[in-house]
Design a protein around this ligand. Structure first.
Ligand SMILES: NC(=O)c1ccc[n+]([C@@H]2O[C@H](COP(=O)([O-])OP(=O)(O)OC[C@H]3O[C@@H](n4cnc5c(N)ncnc54)[C@H](O)[C@@H]3O)[C@@H](O)[C@H]2O)c1
Ligand SMILES: O=C(O)[C@H](O)[C@H](O)COP(=O)(O)O
Length: 387
C-alpha cells in the first residue's frame, strides 16, 4: 500500500512501515498531485482534506493524528466511502496543562489565587471535561456551557449554564469547542464583539480551541478601546498568518502548541495506526513502549513546610511553563520585518517544538504533606509517592 503522510507526524516509520511505503511532505504542501496514487493519507491539522484534494486520487483511508477535524470534509469522505479516523482526546491532557500553566503564570503576575476564581468552561468534551474534573477536584467554582451535551446527556454531569450567564459571571473564561459553521450551535466567531463585551471587567479569556472561535478583529478593537481584559491565545484566525497588531495586546501568546506534548502527539499517531489496522484487518503489533525512549523528568520532592501554592506552582512549572513558549514566539516574530509574513516562523516553531512531557510523567515525592496537597497534585494528574 502507498501511504502519503505529513512529515510532522512522529514515529511514522515505527508505526506504519509494516503497512506500506511511506512518502512524506510538509503538511501544507500535500496537494492532489502528492495523493494521486496513495491508498492511505495521514495528516495533521494543516492539510485541508476535501474534494479538491481527493477527487482524482485512489485514497481509501484518511487519518488525522489530531483531535480537531475542522480541516476535513467529513461529509465528502462519507459520500465517497473513504474510511476516516481521528485521534479524539490524544492531546487533551496537554491542553489542560497549558490552561493550568496560564492560570499559574497570570496568578503570579497579577497577584491572585486562581483557585478562588470562578472559571467558565465553554465546551465540555475531551479537553473541557478533563479540565472541569481537575478544577472541581481542586475546589474551583466552575460554570459550564455546552448546549449540545446539555441536550443529549441523560444524567447531566454538571450544572450547565447559558453562554450569556457564563460570560457575565466568570472571572476566567476558557474555550474548548470545535470550530463549526453549521448546526444549531455554530462556534465560528462564538465570541464576537457583542459577546466579548459581555465579559466581566478584568476577566481573563483563554482560547486554545481554534482561532476563529474568537473574532480576532473584534478582540483587537475591544482591547484597543481599553476593555480591561487579560487574554491568552494559543490559536489564531488565519494561522499561520497571524494578525501582528493583535500580538502585543495579548498577555500570553503561543503558536498553537497547547496540545504539543510528546505524549499527546505519539498518542495521536498510535490511535490512527490502530484504526488503520482495524479497517484493513491487520494485526496491530506496534507498541509505543520500546519504540522511543522519551525524555525523563527528575522527581521533585516536598516536605511538610511547603505550602499548597508553592507545591502546585513549582510542580506545574517544572513540567510546563507557558512563558517559555510565549517568549520564543514573541522573540522570533520580533526578528521579522514589520510587514513580513508570520507563516514561516509560526510553522517552524511548531515543527521544531521541544519534547514536552505531561504532568503524569513526573514523580513527586511528598513527605508528611497535608492531604490537601496530595489531593491537589492528584487532581492535576501528577504521579505521587509518599515517603
Ligand atoms: N490548541 C491546541 O493545541 C489544541 C489541542 C487539542 C484540541 N484543540 C481544539 O480544542 C477544541 C476542543 O477539543 P476536544 O477534544 O475537547 O473536542 P470535543 O469534540 O471532545 O469536545 C468539544 C465540546 O464542545 C461542545 N460544543 C460544540 N459546540 C458548542 C457550542 N456552540 N457551545 C458550547 N459547546 C459546544 C461539544 O458538545 C463538545 O462537548 C477543538 O476545537 C480542538 O480542535 C486544540
Ligand atoms: O487538533 C489538535 O489535536 C491540535 O490542535 C493539535 O495540536 C494540532 O496540531 P497540528 O496538527 O497542527 O500539528
Amino acid at each position: 500500500m502507498k501511504i502519503v503522510a505529513d512529515e510532522n507526524i512522529p514515529l511514522l516509520n515505527a508505526f506504519f512501515q509494516s503497512i506500506g511505503d511511506i512518502t512524506t511532505y510538509p503538511g501544507r504542501e500535500i496537494g492532489p498531485e502528492q495523493v494521486a496514487d496513495a491508498d492511505i493519507l495521514l495528516v495533521r491539522s494543516v492539510t485541508q482534506v476535501n474534494q479538491t484534494l481527493l477527487a482524482n486520487s485512489s485514497v481509501r483511508f484518511v487519518g488525522t493524528c489530531t483531535i480537531g477535524t475542522d480541516h476535513i470534509d467529513l461529509a465528502y469522505l462519507e459520500e465517497q466511502g473513504i474510511n476516516f479516523a481521528a485521534a479524539p482526546g490524544c492531546n487533551a491532557n496537554a491542553v489542560v496543562e497549558y490552561v493550568v500553566s496560564v492560570l499559574d503564570v497570570l496568578a503570579e503576575q497579577q497577584g491572585f489565587n486562581w483557585q478562588d476564581k470562578v472559571m467558565g468552561v465553554v465546551g465540555k468534551g475531551n479537553v473541557g471535561d478533563r479540565l472541569y474534573q481537575a478544577l472541581i477536584k481542586l475546589g474551583v467554582t466552575c460554570l459550564v456551557n455546552d448546549p449540545i451535551l446539555e441536550a443529549t446527556e441523560e444524567n447531566e454531569s454538571c450544572e450547565y449554564v447559558s453562554l450569556d450567564q457564563l460570560l457575565a459571571e466568570s472571572d476566567i473564561v476558557t474555550l474548548h469547542t470545535p470550530l463549526t459553521e453549521a448546526g444549531d450551535y455554530p462556534t465560528y466567531h462564538l465570541l464576537d464583539a457583542a459577546r466579548l463585551d459581555q465579559l466581566k471587567p478584568n476577566a481573563i479569556l483563554i482560547n486554545a480551541s481554534r482561532g476563529a472561535v474568537v473574532d480576532n478583529q473584534a478582540l483587537m478593537s475591544s482591547l484597543l478601546a481599553g476593555k480591561p481584559l487579560t487574554v491568552a491565545l494559543d490559536v489564531w484566525e488565519q494561522e499561520p498568518e497571524i494578525n501582528r497588531q493583535l500580538l502585543p495586546l495579548i498577555t500570553i501568546a503561543t503558536p498553537h502548541i497547547a496540545g504539543y506534548s510528546v505524549d499527546g502527539k505519539i498518542a495521536g499517531t498510535e490511535m490512527v495506526y490502530r484504526a488503520i489496522c482495524r479497517a484493513f484487518g491487520l494485526p496491530s503489533r506496534v507498541r509505543v513502549e520500546g519504540i522511543k525512549p522519551l525524555p525523563k523528568l527528575k522527581a521533585l520532592s516536598f516536605s511538610s513546610d511547603a505550602s499548597l501554592e508553592e507545591v502546585l506552582s513549582t510542580s506545574i512549572r517544572s513540567v510546563y511553563d507557558v512563558r517559555q513558549d510565549d517568549a520564543l514566539f514573541r522573540n522570533s516574530l520580533r526578528a521579522l520585518a514589520e510587514d513580513a509574513s508570520t507563516a514561516q516562523v509560526f510553522d517552524s516553531l511548531r515543527k521544531h517544538y521541544r519534547s514536552r512531557r505531561e504532568f503524569s510523567t513526573v514523580k513527586i515525592k511528598i513527605k508528611k504533606c497535608s492531604g490537601k496537597v496530595s489531593s491537589a497534585l492528584k487532581a492535576l494528574n501528577f504521579n505521587i509517592v509518599t515517603v
